[in-house]
Write a protein that binds this ligand. Structure first.
Ligand code: MN
Ligand code: MN
Length: 287
């Protein structure tokens, strides 16, 4: 295919930045990945593959083309500099929040969530977080690095504090992480979404940031990720969970950890694109 015909924007997200209510952008950074790198290729691969989807979601009965969404492209991040990359992402998030828009970031590895959540917290001091993942991401450090995708929610906890982070689908972490969380710091629903409806009820009306690490899905449908973890949720369970979260006041969101080249069938990327469309719908139910 002629490269000029490849889509430069995610499906149906053609508004200008000025007009848009929601701004999609890519943060192609995988500098602290602990196992297999490659998430830097996710945003652009997803744009190309999104052409295989319809703009209409039968799950939400909503057409994303009827709304004002801007795909702002990818940030030009310095791969070798973690703080340099995080600063650029934070600047982008600030620009979006300052103009009363909502960011929907495509990672990249999970550490890219940190600067966006920091800006969200600056704007919404009562911020709460819904986090779907196979992993707790609560390490204090990894090989001496405090800024790692395996420690991203510990770094978020550093400023957001106890009782604000709600994790679902979790099935991997150190014993220390699980026991520390249980001391009242972090809410963890292991393996599935069983208590999501209760949590959603308790967060009614509060500003919520929604982060999906795609490895929450079972590797049988999401092999394209750096740290596959068996025993994940299936696609319909995830869609139902996203519908549940859509009842909340979502002020920003991200989808991270797709590493497209590990799945030669392309299924993982197709799944990721569909989840991104449904995340858009979940935010759009507020408009
Ligand atoms: Mn993660
Ligand atoms: Mn993970």
């Amino acid at each position: 295919m002629d490269i000029n015909f490849l889509p430069k924007k995610f499906l149906g997200c053609e508004s200008s930045f000025e007009d848009a209510n929601i701004v999609i952008f890519g943060a192609p950074f995988d500098g602290t990945t602990t196992f297999r790198p490659g998430t830097r290729f996710a945003p652009q691969t997803m744009r190309v593959e999104s052409i295989g989807l319809e703009t209409y979601s039968p799950y939400f009965d909503l057409d994303i083309e009827d709304y004002k969404i801007n795909d702002n492209g990818d940030l030009d991040l310095p791969f070798g500099s973690t703080t340099g990359a995080l600063n650029m992402i934070q600047e982008q998030a600030k620009k979006i929040f300052d103009t009363n828009k909502k960011p929907l970031m495509i990672g990249g590895e999970h550490l890219v969530s940190l600067p966006v959540i920091k800006e969200a917290f600056n704007k919404y001091p009562d911020l709460h977080i819904i986090h779907f993942d196979a992993h707790t991401d609560l390490r204090e450090e990894y090989l001496g690095e405090k800024l790692s995708h395996s420690s991203v929610f510990k770094r978020v906890w550093d400023f957001i504090g106890d009782g604000k982070i709600y994790q679902f689908g979790i099935r991997s972490g150190t014993k220390d992480e699980f026991y520390w969380a249980k001391e009242g710091h972090i809410y963890i629903n292991k393996f599935n979404f069983d208590t999501l409806d209760e949590v959603v009820k308790s967060l009614n009306g509060k500003p919520v940031y929604f982060s999906i690490d795609l490895d929450v899905l079972d590797p049988s449908i999401m092999s394209g990720t750096g740290t596959t973890e068996a025993g994940g949720v299936n696609f319909n369970e995830l869609i139902n969970a996203i519908k549940e979260v859509s009842k909340l006041n979502i002020i920003g969101a991200d989808i991270v950890e797709l590493s497209p080249h590990y799945d030669h069938s392309g299924v993982s990327t197709a799944v990721a694109c569909k989840i991104l469309r449904e995340m858009l719908c979940a935010i759009l139910t507020n408009y």
